[in-house]
Design a protein. Structure first.
Length: 533
C-alpha cells in the first residue's frame, strides 16, 4: 500500500527548508500542460534512464504526482521501490487535487528557471534591445559583438548573422578578448528570453566596462521581426588566453563577494560524499570537451548556462547539496551565484588543488557511460535479420523513441508507441507472430520488453540490437512522418520550431507565456527567489 500525502502537507514541505523531491511521472508533454511549480518531470516511460542522475540518494523523501486518476504514480512508486527508493509518497488527487486545494498550476517546461529569468529582468531592469535596433546598429557599422548563449548544437540550428557561440557560463570566461575595447557593445541572445537575460545580467553583475544588452526575444524575435537567421554556423568564441583568463577570474571574485558564493575544499566534499543522510550533486560546469578530457570520478556534466536554464533537469532534490566544478573558478562562481539567487541554499564552488585543479581526486576521462537503473538485457534481433524478416512478413516493429524522433526518421512500417501506454498499442496493433521493440539506441526497448511480453504473451518478442541508431548506421531504409501512431502526440514538449505549422503563432505564444510567468509566481508563496541589491 502506497503512502499518500495531502496537498496541505505538501505545501508545508515546500515552505520548509528540508530535502525532498516532487516528481511528475506523466509524460513530458502532459507535464507541460500544468503542474506545481517545483515539480520535476520524471516520465514513467523513461524513469530508469533518468532516476540515478536526478535522485542520487535512495533514501531521499520523494513525492510523486500524476493527473490524479490514471494510476501512473502508483506504477512509478512500484518501480522506485524495486530500485531501492525507500521513502515514497503519492500526492492525493495528483495535479487535479493540488489545483482543487488552491494550489497554482504552471504550464510549460523548466518553469523555475524560466520564471527566474523573468524575475531577474524585472528586478535588475536588465536592458533589452529589439531586433530592429540591433539590425540598425549592425548596418550602421556600430562596433558590436553578438554572443549566442546557447549550446553549440542549438546555435548551429539557427543564429543571428555574425553571432559567436559562447554558451551561458562561458560568457564571462571568454568575453574579455572578444570585446577588449570598452566602446564595443556586447549583445547576448538565445532562442527566446531566459538565457539572453541571464547572460546579459551575468556580464553586468561582473562589472565588465562594456555596455551589455540582451536581444529581446532572441532568435524567435529576430525571425518574427522579418529578419533571416543563419543555419549551420560554426563560429565559436575562443578559449581565453592568459590575460583574458586573469581578467575573468578577477571579475568572478567580484561576483563571488557580491552574491555570497560559498567555497568547499576537497576534504569537505569528500566528507559529504560519505554522508548518507544528504543528497549531493557534483556538477562539472565546463565545456563537454573539458569534461571528457579530465573530470572527477562520479561527477556529471552540467554546463553552467544550461544548468541555470533547466535546473529541474539536473537537480531533483530540493535542499540538496550542490558542488560546482571548474578549475578556472570562473564558470563555477557564475553558476553558483545564480543558484544562490534562485533560492538554493547549499551551493558550493569546489576549490581547485594542484596544477590541473584536480590533485588528490580519482579522475576519469572520455564520454561518461550512463546505464539505466535496474537494466536487464532482453534477447535481440540484428538490424540485418530484421530487414530480412520484414520482407517475409508476419513481424511488427514498435518504436519507443519520442514522437519528434519518430516523425523525423523511423524504420518503414514501424508503429510508434509510448512505453507507459503500451496497452494502447496492444489495442491498435494487428496480431503478429513476432514483435520487435526498438528505441534510439535500444536501452528503452530493453526496459519495455518485459511489459510488452505480458501484453503479447503469444508473440516472439525481441529487441532491435543497437536500436534505431544501428539500423540507420547500416544505411537501411527509413521513412518519415507520424503514420501508425498508437497514442496521442503529447509524450514530449514541442518547441515552436518543432511544430508542423504556424511557427509564428507558436513562437508568439511561447514568448507571451515566458513574460506572464513573472506575475503568476506572485500567487505561489513557496517561490522565494533572492534579490541582491
Amino acid at each position: 500500500m502506497n503512502r499518500s500525502i495531502s496537498a496541505a502537507a505538501l505545501r508545508e514541505l515546500l515552505l520548509a527548508d528540508t530535502e525532498f523531491a516532487l516528481l511528475d511521472v506523466r509524460e513530458q508533454g502532459v507535464h507541460c500542460q500544468g503542474h506545481p511549480f517545483f515539480a520535476c518531470a520524471l516520465p514513467l516511460s523513461r524513469l530508469e534512464m533518468l532516476v540515478d542522475d536526478l535522485l542520487p540518494r535512495r533514501s531521499a523523501p520523494l513525492v510523486l504526482l500524476d493527473g490524479g486518476s490514471e494510476g501512473l504514480a502508483e506504477r512509478a512508486a512500484a518501480k522506485l521501490s524495486v530500485l531501492g527508493y525507500s521513502d515514497v509518497a503519492i500526492l492525493e488527487g495528483g495535479s487535479a487535487g493540488w489545483k482543487a486545494a488552491g494550489g497554482e498550476l504552471f504550464s510549460g517546461i523548466n518553469v523555475p528557471s524560466k520564471a527566474f529569468g523573468e524575475f531577474v529582468e524585472h528586478h535588475y531592469d536588465t536592458p533589452r534591445v529589439p531586433p530592429q535596433e540591433i539590425k540598425r546598429l549592425q548596418d550602421s557599422g556600430r562596433k558590436l559583438v553578438i554572443l549566442d548563449s546557447r549550446p553549440y548544437e542549438e546555435y548551429q540550428r539557427m543564429n543571428i548573422p555574425g553571432a559567436l557561440d559562447a554558451p551561458g557560463a562561458e560568457l564571462l570566461y571568454r568575453v574579455h578578448e572578444l570585446a577588449p575595447d570598452p566602446d564595443t557593445l556586447v549583445v547576448v541572445n538565445c532562442a527566446g528570453r531566459t538565457r539572453s537575460i541571464i547572460g546579459c545580467q551575468s556580464l553586468r553583475n561582473a562589472g565588465i566596462p562594456n555596455q551589455v544588452v540582451a536581444l529581446k526575444d532572441g532568435t524567435m524575435g529576430w525571425e518574427l521581426a522579418g529578419f533571416q537567421c543563419e543555419r549551420g554556423s560554426t563560429a565559436q568564441a575562443p578559449v581565453p588566453g592568459p590575460e583574458g583568463e586573469k581578467r575573468a577570474r578577477a571579475a568572478a571574485e567580484h561576483v563571488a563577494r557580491r552574491f555570497e558564493v560559498k567555497f568547499a575544499s576537497r576534504a569537505q566534499v569528500e566528507s559529504w560524499q560519505r554522508d548518507s543522510s544528504r543528497s549531493l550533486y557534483l556538477l562539472d560546469v565546463r565545456t563537454a570537451q573539458e569534461f571528457e578530457r579530465m573530470r572527477i570520478a562520479g561527477s556529471r556534466h552540467a554546463p553552467g548556462g544550461q544548468l541555470i536554464q533547466a535546473t529541474d533537469e539536473y537537480v531533483g532534490v530540493r535542499g540538496a547539496r550542490i558542488v560546482c566544478i571548474d578549475p578556472a573558478r570562473v564558470r563555477s562562481v557564475m553558476t553558483a551565484s545564480w543558484l544562490n539567487q534562485m533560492g538554493w541554499s547549499e551551493v558550493h564552488v569546489l576549490e581547485p588543488e594542484g596544477g590541473n585543479g584536480f590533485a588528490g581526486w580519482k579522475l576519469e576521462a572520455g564520454p561518461r557511460v550512463r546505464t539505466a537503473a535496474g537494466f536487464k538485457p532482453w534477447r535481440t534481433t540484428s538490424a540485418r535479420e530484421l530487414a530480412l524478416r520484414r520482407q517475409q512478413g508476419g513481424i511488427a516493429v514498435i518504436d519507443l523513441a519520442t514522437s519528434l524522433r519518430f516523425r523525423e526518421r523511423h524504420i518503414p512500417g514501424a508503429w510508434w508507441a509510448v512505453r507507459a501506454r503500451l496497452d494502447e498499442a496492444r489495442a491498435k496493433l494487428p496480431d503478429a507472430r513476432a514483435l520487435v521493440l526498438t528505441s534510439d539506441e535500444g536501452t528503452l526497448a530493453h526496459l519495455a520488453a518485459p511489459e510488452a511480453a505480458a501484453l503479447w504473451p503469444d508473440a516472439e518478442l525481441s529487441v532491435l540490437e543497437g536500436g534505431n541508431a544501428q539500423w540507420f548506421a547500416e544505411s537501411l531504409p527509413a521513412e518519415t512522418g507520424m503514420q501508425r501512431a498508437t497514442s496521442s502526440l503529447d509524450d514530449v514538449w514541442y518547441k515552436p520550431y518543432d511544430q508542423a505549422r504556424d511557427y509564428e503563432k507558436h513562437a508568439r505564444a511561447y514568448l507571451d507565456w515566458e513574460v506572464a510567468l513573472v506575475e503568476q509566481i506572485k500567487r505561489d508563496p513557496a517561490i522565494r527567489f533572492r534579490a541582491y541589491d
